[in-house]
Ligand binder design. Structure first.
Ligand code: GDP
Length: 304
């Protein structure tokens, strides 16, 4: 299994390279310094809004602490970045929520190819390993091969997959999945959905329909609606998150493919601008390559 430090190698290399270049040009703590800093942060994918906020805070702090030397100001910037990674934002809760009794339903949303099916496969193995009875529902009935791919994960993990016919109504698969979870007294039902973004209204209606069907059978479910985002798409992922957040009540983020990108910086705007907790990070294609997100470890991996 890939750990966080290894998975973040690319992000860390790029961060430190940019940071060293930036500091190599240091002359004094003046307005040019802060402008360059803001630009450096934007290039590191922290997003314009977050870069602005961070730079503002640093201006204040540098003044307060009368930081003048290269080392003093460098320490302040690193401290501030770490603090921002660690800050528990509004409603932030990185743990998974489970029903106090009966099956917990967790819905996975996100556009095609971001890693929903893979994440479900990894999580199913993890929770099965903890002794939980896990079922999977293949409600992505639109993408050819999606059901089959989930079934392959099911076989690998030794967990049952509830599926429908090709092009079946995703809601009917969700219904079958929920009924099976109740009948089999399963602990967790993971639902793989189709993430089509062509039409915002459609997406919203489809997700709401699924949620309605779930909560009719199991009040208070789904416990989680996890939005899966592909870290390699950087700022695009942020745009997707805004769209999904407007379409449904997203409860958390799974950030995949951090291993293949230097864009790990987008964790910051996800937390600061969307106020959504990152709950899991994907660090590879294998079953063990998924880690719960821990802000401290993340910050340490970046700067350590
Ligand atoms: P879905 O369409 O959202 O269900 O996406 P898939 O689960 O089919 O994943 C799309 C591709 O991304 C597959 O080739 C996966 O192996 C790959 N993938 C998923 N998560 C990760 C990850 O964390 N790291 C890497 N490197 N690849 C991943």
């Amino acid at each position: 299994a890939t750990n966080l430090a290894t998975g973040l190698t690319k992000t860390r290399k790029t961060w430190s390279q940019r940071w060293n270049e930036f500091m190599a040009n240091f002359r004094s703590v003046d307005e040019d310094f802060f402008e360059d800093l803001e630009e450096t942060l934007i290039k590191a994918d922290v997003g314009a809004e977050t870069a602005f906020k961070l730079t503002e805070e640093l201006r204040q702090e540098a003044k307060l602490e009368n930081a003048k030397s290269r080392d003093e100001v460098s320490r302040l910037v690193v401290e501030k970045l770490v603090a921002h990674y660690q800050t528990q934002g509004i409603g932030e809760d990185a743990s998974m929520h489970f029903a106090p009794a009966g099956p917990t339903v967790i819905l996975f949303v996100g556009v095609n190819g971001v890693g929903k099916t893979t994440t479900i496969g990894k999580l199913a193995a993890r929770y099965k390993g903890e002794g939980k009875k896990v079922l999977l529902a293949a409600a992505d009935t639109f993408r050819a091969g999606a059901t089959q791919q989930l079934q392959e994960w099911g076989k690998r993990d030794g967990v049952e997959v509830i599926a429908g016919a090709a092009k079946a109504d995703p809601a009917s698969v969700v219904y079958d999945g929920v009924r099976a979870a109740i009948a089999q007294q399963a602990d967790i039902l993971f639902v793989d959905t189709a993430g089509r973004l062509q039409n915002n209204v459609n997406l919203m209606q489809e997700l709401e329909k699924m949620k309605r069907i779930i909560s009719r059978e199991l009040p208070n479910e789904p416990s989680e609606v996890l939005l899966v985002l592909d870290a390699t798409t950087g700022q695009n992922a942020l745009q997707q998150a805004k769209l999904f957040k407007n379409s449904t009540d997203v409860t958390g983020i799974v950030l995949t493919k951090l291993d293949g990108t230097a864009k790990g910086g987008i964790v910051l705007p996800i937390r600061n601008e969307l106020h959504l907790p990152v709950k899991w990070v994907g660090l590879g294609e294998q079953v063990g390559d998924l880690q719960p997100f821990a802000a401290d470890d993340f910050a340490k991996s970046l700067f350590g």
